[in-house]
Write a new protein. Structure first.
Length: 54
């Protein structure tokens, strides 16, 4: 990178993150997750977050 005068990127672990990102899923999966969240009494966001954090 230095040879080409490119800037060395900041390590990923040091970056700040907003906690938001967009993910596209099939409508059937969206529906199933929304139903599961409603049945469980939690938000779709909380359900997705718990699934992603496993």
């Amino acid at each position: 990178m230095k040879v080409n005068a490119e800037q060395i990127p900041e390590p990923i672990a040091l970056k700040n993150y907003s906690g938001k990102f967009m993910v596209r899923i099939p409508p059937e999966v969206h529906r199933a997750l929304a139903i599961k969240a409603a049945e469980t009494g939690i938000s779709l966001n909380r359900l997705a977050s718990s699934k992603l954090g496993q």
